[in-house]
Design a protein around this ligand. Structure first.
Ligand SMILES: Cc1cc2nc3c(=O)[nH]c(=O)nc-3n(C[C@H](O)[C@H](O)[C@H](O)COP(=O)(O)O)c2cc1C
Length: 320
């Protein structure tokens, strides 16, 4: 099981938080473009905490030499996996000819993957859609997997819907094109040697377990894990990975305290972390108070751990 790459959401603070709930789930970064990895501020764009392992960097790009260099840098920085984005439909990404539009260019994706594999010491994986626009997924998806896996890519995460590159916003492209789970399951049967994770619309561990029982190798969860992190992640170690059970919600916050304190001491702002933990008490009595206190008070320039204490107070009272 993995937590999907999500721009502006799965930053290092979010990943550290998710890691406190599940020790085993694979965590993906936001997408970082290959030129940004090569020329940008590496600590800001790529820095992560050792506690986040296993953690995968997602790269965006379509220039094999650039992607190879970015993959080499990321491997040297200690990422456990480098993932190539062939699924993101945003305009900006399309204009640079990468993301989902690459579903139309399997040979180019294969060239990119081959260059990344040659340059990197860690595993290279691909996240893709089932097709774009008027492509026929039953035809293009197997051809895509065939071409790209020939370079040595063994693991794919497939968002089980098309991206419609004209007329839909990125957000609509995550909801409107219909999901086709049977096609993803069929790909596992057609390519039994590949590790195939299904992505898109998975909201519970029950659903994830059903996919795994159905023969899929993995399940990647995005929005549900962000909005309801405890519900999705807390039992994952036990139910999916056969490991020990995780902490309760209050213990999660205790585990976050030293991390938050370090962040504040280093000049960071509280809301940069608390914005990711608003969903921790989702579905619990008092969840609205938790969200409200954090949202209203964590933005203040001098906001500190006392804001967390204040937000926890009603939760403790209601849980007692
Ligand atoms: C805010 C947001 C940002 C996203 N950014 C990325 C991204 O950087 N790279 C990517 O491959 N997918 C990105 N996605 C798509 C997710 O990885 C995932 O494929 C999609 O949300 C479907 O899974 P879900 O239904 O479990 O959320 C993003 C999704 C959201 C909601």
């Amino acid at each position: 099981m993995s937590i999907a790459p999500m721009m502006d959401w799965t930053d290092r603070h979010c990943r550290y938080f998710h890691r406190q709930i599940s020790a085993c789930a694979l965590l993906y970064t936001e997408m970082v473009t290959a030129p940004a990895v090569i020329h940008g501020d590496r600590d800001r764009l790529l820095g992560f905490d050792g506690a986040e392992h296993p953690v995968a960097l997602q790269l965006g790009g379509s220039e094999p030499a650039e992607l190879a260099e970015a993959a080499r840098i990321a491997g040297d920085m200690g990422y456990d996996e480098i993932n190539l984005n062939v699924g993101c439909p945003s305009d900006r990404v399309q204009s640079g000819c990468f993301g989902a539009v690459l579903m139309e260019r399997p040979e180019l994706v294969a060239d990119c993957a081959a260059a990344m594999i040659a340059a990197s010491t860690v595993e290279v994986t691909v996240k893709c859609r089932i097709g774009v626009d008027d492509q026929v997924p039953e035809e293009v998806l197997p051809a895509f997997l065939e071409a790209v896996s020939a370079t040595g890519v063994k693991r794919f995460a497939i968002h089980a819907r098309k991206a419609w590159l004209q007329g839909l916003s990125p957000k609509e492209n995550r909801d409107i094109p219909p999901l086709d789970y049977p096609l993803v399951a069929a790909m596992k049967r057609a390519f039994p040697q590949l590790h195939i994770s299904v992505n898109g619309g998975v909201t519970s561990l029950d659903q994830a377990e059903a996919f795994l029982a159905d023969g899929l190798d993995g399940v990647m969860i995005g929005r549900a894990a962000y909005h309801e992190p405890y519900d999705v992640l807390a039992e994952a170690d036990e139910r999916i990975f056969g490991a020990g059970s995780g902490p309760d919600r209050f213990e999660v916050i205790e585990r976050m305290r030293p991390y938050i304190a370090r962040h504040l001491e280093g000049g960071g702002r509280l809301h940069q972390i608390t914005r990711h933990i608003l969903g921790l008490f989702h579905g619990q009595p008092g969840a609205r108070a938790w969200r409200r206190i954090l949202s209203e008070r964590a933005n203040a320039p001098d906001a500190g751990l006392d804001v967390i204490d204040a937000a926890l107070q009603p939760m403790r009272r209601l849980a007692a």
